[in-house]
Design a protein around this ligand. Structure first.
Ligand SMILES: [Fe+2]
Ligand SMILES: [Fe+2]
Length: 132
C-alpha cells in the first residue's frame, strides 16, 4: 500500500516515519512475491520491532503534549499492534518461516495502517501547524 496525502498528520516527522513503514512493507511484499521471504523475514520482523518502539513512542509523546483527545485510544491501538507483532515473532521463532503467515502479516499491517492512521493519527492535524 502506498502513502497518500489523506494520511498526513500535519507533523512532518510523523509523516516521514509513516512513509518509511509503508515503503518497507511494500518492499517486503515484493521480496515475498519473488520467493525470497525466507531469508528476509527475520530482518523484516526486527525492523518492525525497532520501528514500533521508535515511532509509537514519538507519536504518543506528540499526542500527549498536544492534549489530543484520541491520545489514549492511540496508545491502546499501538499496544494491540505490538501484541500482534509479538505473536508473529513468537510463532516464527517456534515454527520458522511460512509464506502464508508472512502474507497474513503484510495484509494485517496494511489494514491496520489504513484504519489506524485515518481514524487516529490524522487527528493530530487539528493540533499541529507544521506544513507538510
Ligand atoms: Fe498511531
Ligand atoms: Fe502512527
Amino acid at each position: 500500500m502506498k502513502w497518500q496525502s489523506s494520511f498526513a498528520t500535519g507533523d512532518a516527522e510523523i509523516d516521514r516515519q509513516h512513509k518509511a513503514l509503508f515503503e518497507t512493507t511494500e518492499d517486503y511484499r515484493e521480496v515475498l512475491s519473488e520467493g525470497a521471504g525466507k531469508n528476509t523475514h527475520d530482518g523484516f520482523l526486527e525492523f518492525l520491532q525497532a520501528y514500533v518502539e521508535a515511532h509509537f513512542g514519538y507519536e504518543e509523546n506528540c499526542m500527549h503534549a498536544a492534549r489530543c483527545p484520541v491520545a489514549g485510544r492511540n496508545k491502546k491501538e499501538h499496544a494491540a499492534f505490538i501484541k500482534m507483532l509479538e505473536k508473529e515473532a513468537e510463532v516464527h521463532s517456534r515454527e520458522g518461516f511460512s509464506y502464508a503467515r508472512a502474507s497474513v502479516l503484510l495484509d494485517s499491517i496494511d489494514n491496520w495502517l489504513a484504519s489506524h492512521i485515518c481514524r487516529i493519527d490524522v487527528r493530530l492535524k487539528d493540533f499541529t501547524n507544521t506544513k507538510v
